[in-house]
Design a protein around this ligand. Structure first.
Ligand code: SAM
Ligand code: DTB
Ligand code: SF4
Length: 341
């Protein structure tokens, strides 16, 4: 097939894609997109911060790190009933997946038990579930899988070379270890990163190649445009050129043709036209609802108006849980690739 799943992408190939004339790049991305997806369907995930702020890590972009004074109120782990109320509201507003985020370096086992309970209850509402809780051990990933967790979000964030400029409290290899634990537990992997942090185009290419050359392509690839939060070390980062952002989405689409590519943080600062270019470049998912974790997002009505103008429809959830969907012993991403390839 003309858009096979490859794990041997080189940086030179990715950089050559970035350097294409814009129309040629978008054409390549559209061909890859249409070979694997309905080009008019966009998946919608809602986000909820279930534990906010006071994080010991030093990620330079993040308003939740305890090391930066961002004025963010700290909140302990939310009770189950509040999480469920928010999940019901997200479903009523049209989200198909509910992602619970916690500002932890890694969860304590007693907190993980509470999150597992949330996963069971949110799934019972007919929503797909996703969690992002920091680093996981294989045993913790297994417990989340047993609770029926569909997706785990853990980002590589940037290229291996630029990584140390942004985070020093956990290593690239730590992240790869958590991704392996999640994959081996049979949970679908959601893994992407952030652009606009002062990285070079070579770093953006290296970041996407690192994602594409993981043992299996992430099922879902969030591409965040940095939200510059006052008080963080990246508050005054130079804004990334919008066309360079669209190019990043297009290259992600070409390198990982069967994955869902999410136009993630940063949409509030984007025009409708820029978002439409991102959809043309192959983005087929968004965060839905007025809040990301701690920062703003376009409201659901504004998104619906944009969907109507562009003739986009909402992609419905996959009814089977990650592990049940693929049978025993087969990693979900591998199953996706078997279907897609
Ligand atoms: N603490 C967990 C972790 O880091 O894995 C989970 C939550 S963390 C906030 C999830 C992701 O949000 C980060 O990996 C980063 O990619 C993204 N993120 C955080 N702050 C952001 C910002 N200001 N702009 C864009 N993306 C951001
Ligand atoms: C991801 O890649 N983006 C989301 C989700 N995974 C958890 C988070 C974006 C956070 C933006 C800053 C904030 O709202 O705190
Ligand atoms: Fe903590 Fe996650 Fe923010 Fe890093 S990105 S400071 S680990 S909440």
């Amino acid at each position: 097939m003309s858009h096979p799943i490859r794990h041997d992408w080189t940086r030179a190939e990715a950089e050559a894609l970035f350097a294409l004339p814009f129309a040629d790049l978008i054409h390549r991305a559209q061909l890859a997109h249409r070979a694997h997806h309905d080009p008019n369907a966009v998946q919608r995930s809602a986000l909820l911060s279930i534990k906010t702020g006071a994080c010991p890590e030093d990620c330079k972009y993040c308003p939740q790190s305890a090391r930066y004074d961002t004025g963010l109120p700290v909140e302990r782990l939310m009770p189950l009933d509040v999480v469920l109320e928010r999940a019901r509201a997200a479903k009523a507003a049209g989200a198909s997946r509910f992602c619970m985020g916690a500002a932890w370096r890694s969860p304590r086992d007693r907190d993980l038990d509470k999150v597992a309970e949330m996963v069971r209850a949110v799934r019972a509402l007919g929503l797909e579930t996703c969690a992002t809780l920091g680093m996981l051990t294989p045993a913790q990933a297994e417990r989340l899988a047993e609770a029926g967790l569909d997706y785990y979000n853990h980002n590589l964030d940037t290229s291996p070379e630029f990584y140390g400029e942004i985070i020093t409290t956990r290593s690239w290899d730590d992240r790869i270890g958590t991704l392996a634990a999640v994959r081996e537990a049979g949970i679908k992997v959601c893994c992407g990163g952030i652009v606009g942090m002062g990285e070079s185009r070579a770093d953006r290419a290296g970041f996407l190649v690192a994602l594409a050359n993981l043992p299996a392509h992430p099922d879902s690839v969030p591409i965040n445009r940095l939200v510059r939060v006052p008080g963080t070390p990246l508050a005054d980062a130079v804004e990334l050129d919008p066309f360079e952002f669209v190019r990043t989405i297009a290259v992600a689409r070409i390198l990982m043709p069967a994955s869902i590519v999410r136009l993630s943080a940063g949409r509030e600062a984007m025009s409708e036209e820029l978002q439409a270019l991102c959809f043309l470049a192959g983005a087929n998912s968004i965060f839905h609802g007025e809040r990301l974790l701690t920062t703003g997002n376009p409201d659901a009505d504004a998104d619906q108006r944009l969907f109507d103008k562009l003739g986009l429809t909402a992609l419905e959830p996959d009814p089977a849980p990650a592990r049940a969907a693929v049978g025993c012993g087969v990693a979900p991403a591998a199953a996706t690739e078997a279907r897609a390839g």
